[in-house]
Design a protein around this ligand. Structure first.
Ligand code: 9UX
Length: 72
């Protein structure tokens, strides 16, 4: 199965931020697809729940210096 979550992202200032965060998320084990919206301050992440979870995804975002909190 694939799950989808939405995460509020704080601290992105330009498209390089959102593009690099997308690449970071796509490298997280279990993440199948990640789309980051700069203006929306939001990431939509599709993931395999047998391989990762929202806590891990949020940690990966915080590790590269952005704020992250689960929306849904
Ligand atoms: Mo843009 Mo983001 O100049 O950390 S890459 S602000």
């Amino acid at each position: 199965d694939i799950a989808v979550c939405r995460i509020r992202i704080k601290g992105m200032a330009c498209t390089s931020c959102s593009e690099s965060l997308e690449r970071v998320l796509q490298m997280v084990t279990g993440v199948k697809k990640a789309v980051v919206g700069l203006a929306l301050e939001e990431a939509k992440v599709h993931f395999d729940p047998s391989l990762t979870d929202t806590d891990h995804i949020i940690e990966a975002i915080e590790d590269v210096g952005f704020g992250a909190s689960l929306i849904s």
